[in-house]
Design a protein around this ligand. Sequence first.
Ligand code: NAP
Length: 527
Amino acid sequence: MLDLLVVGAGFSGIYMLQRARALGLRALALEAGGDVGGTWYWNRYPGARCDIESLEYSYGFDEALQQEWHWSERFAAQPEILRYAQHVADRFDLRRDIVFRVRMAGASFDEASSSWQVTADGGRSWQARHLVMATGPLSSANLPDIPGRDSFAGPVFHTGQWPHEPVDFTGLRVAVIGTGSSAVQSIPVIARQARELTVFQRTATYSVPARNRPLDAAQEADVKSHYADFRARNAQTMVAFGASYPRNDQPVRQATPDDREAAFERRWQIGGLNFLGAFGDLLTDSGANQFAAEFVRHKIRAVVRDPATAERLMPAQPIGCKRICVDTAYYETFNLPHVRLVDIAGTGIEAIEPGGVRVAGCLHQVDAIVFATGFDAMTGSLLKPDIRGRGGLSLRDKWQAGPLNYLGLSVHGFPNMFTVCGPGSPSVLTNMLVSIEQHVRWITDCMVWMREQGKNGIEAETDAEASWVGHVNAVAGATLFPSCNSWYLGANVPGKVRVFMPLLGFPAYVQKCDAVAAQGYAGFHLA
Ligand code: NAP
């Protein structure tokens, strides 16, 4: 029997394998893709790029690894991040314990042996003491069920399932559906190739310029001279990144109008997600938020020449309530004569027909469609396989009213199962690499502790998980996050239960996890 079976060989899965092996645990990973990389294996759409700076979006667990790897840009593009994941797999010889091109079908917990029986499509199966779901919070593609979707005559793409061979849009009329991060990154690149580009927008988005550039050699050398300290400082911020641009805690109304504009402008010029750190109350006070929102709307008006298009591009929801996007020439792209914006707010898309996309009775003729429609976030990939815990309890049934777990790590009724960056943990509200490392360390330390203590079962207690979900929602409730239709709430997937899934605040979460472990896994039942 394996000590642990890991599902997924993205950044969570490969570090889980590496650390488990280093601690003397027998581990195996299953991966649906043909190689490591997870998100960065699947999301090969044009323009795909990280919105966390490269020097931060990388592992810190191995000093030699972080010294030897060189990033070429401030924000790395998908091919480079995938090469990094492959390098890690090579360096630690991880592929010998990964079964590729196999998709988990289901898993069931056997009480007698206190172990999981995991099955894959095709009938193969494995037995393991622990099941570790390292399936990623943004990996289950959301392909909307639009009438006639499958009748389209031309090629159809989803940004999260992009083909491996190059896609050439030269001479084609292309539709992009969606205006989230994936769309904002791909639209300017697709526009450079396509003969015509029509963007279908349901909700206008706030985007801040990336101001991407080649990585500065002096900055790289400086960070590498004290990398551990650099990472520790970043991990102490709420979002586990961006300590180089500290948040100004001052409320926005305490600043004079000139100082306010100057603060926003400074961050706009720096570029990237740190924009919302300009003042301390932008995500907790809707009046304060309006100042930042209006600043970006003003920028859109200044860039987009056609006033009607500019007006349609103006977001109305609080800024930051949906994850803000980071772009290179997104708004500028709408000045190109062959790019059009179709507002589908209120109407939605009526139908997809062989020749194009119909909205409000009007057929927009296109040759190819790109769905940049996001993911069934946080729970999608956990609920796709049929996972059955004690007494045959299904995770789908257990989570009918939303994900219920403790610390985003463990579910009552599902002993010895852990979720890496699951709902209820900070995950998507942080630098994912930092959250992944924290979870992997906590989970593997727990397994080692169990081995030393002679325990063979661990599972969240019901009270602990009920109060944890209450805590996650109370923390979010004190902010503007629940106030719009975001994927954080599951609002992007029709019929999905609305509950705020990620936890805000990385440092407090780490303290809580550490305290739980120090108290002999308080809130967990051990067998
Ligand atoms: P997303 O943010 O969920 O955006 C999906 C877009 O599709 C939204 O504009 C959404 O509109 C639209 N949409 C969904 N269903 C639709 C329908 N039935 N009809 C018309 N439009 C529809 O997905 P994403 O852009 O793939 O990004 C997801 C997350 O992945 C990001 O928030 C980010 O965390 C991560 N990501 C990061 C990067 C990066 O590092 N730069 C890049 C890509 C993704 P509504 O807003 O109205 O729902």
